[in-house]
Design a protein. Sequence first.
Length: 276
Amino acid sequence: MNQLFDSRDPFHRRPVGAVEEETRIHFKIRLPRDLRCSASYLLVQDDKSKNDMVSSMFWCGMDGDGHEFWECDFAPPEAGLYWYRFELETCRGRMPLLKGEGGKGALSSGTFWQLTVYEKGFQTPDWLCGGIFYQIFPDRFYRPEGPVNNPFSDRTIREDWGGQPYWRPNGQGKMTNSDYFGGTLRGIEEKLPYLKSLHVTCLYLNPIFEAHSNHRYNTADYTKIDPVLGTEEDFQSLCAAAGRLGIRVMLDGVFSHTGSDSVYFNRQGRYPQPGA
């Protein structure tokens, strides 16, 4: 209770964490009395509209350590993402109370706290509660017997499975991330009995869409499986086989950004489409 504000402490914010829409949230801040605060406000910004919703806070007492408390309630009107901070009227003028180091409240400098709001009535799926997730980076998980399909001339398929990736810049000073070790979707399917023996209930796969880097976070085409990993039929087979063992499959969908070497921008001229 010695912080100005801590979003993870029920003393300062109740309830903590993500909340259901229209849930009343109680906020309490702790301010040094020498600020001579005459008014304080909670400002909540809707991530979509960027508009602030302002709630006046009320003085609610002091402690024996030279601090006083201000509080208010706020109920997010609908599901979505919100950002909040506090504004203070003090003897030093108007000043913000922001998210500082470690997520704790800091005067004058910092960022906004995040408030995640979910739809009324939403329930966490039963299979998720108490489940065991196993994260897989497909290229390095398991390479089955046989040749690796590689239709791209600018990719290198490594034969030293336990080797280090090429992490140094090339002769042009660029990091290409273009060496692959040949792990595939079929390889993951072959290892399902092993994963089942670990009591895994869900596989979390790092990106599998076509992309021209071994990490595949620079998506080139969201409608295609990267051919080095396999085909759509391979993916369907993996999901079906996992389902028979009671294992679900979750994909890392990178939809916040894409690669410039893609059907969307075609910076390298790899695709027939002109790109943006």
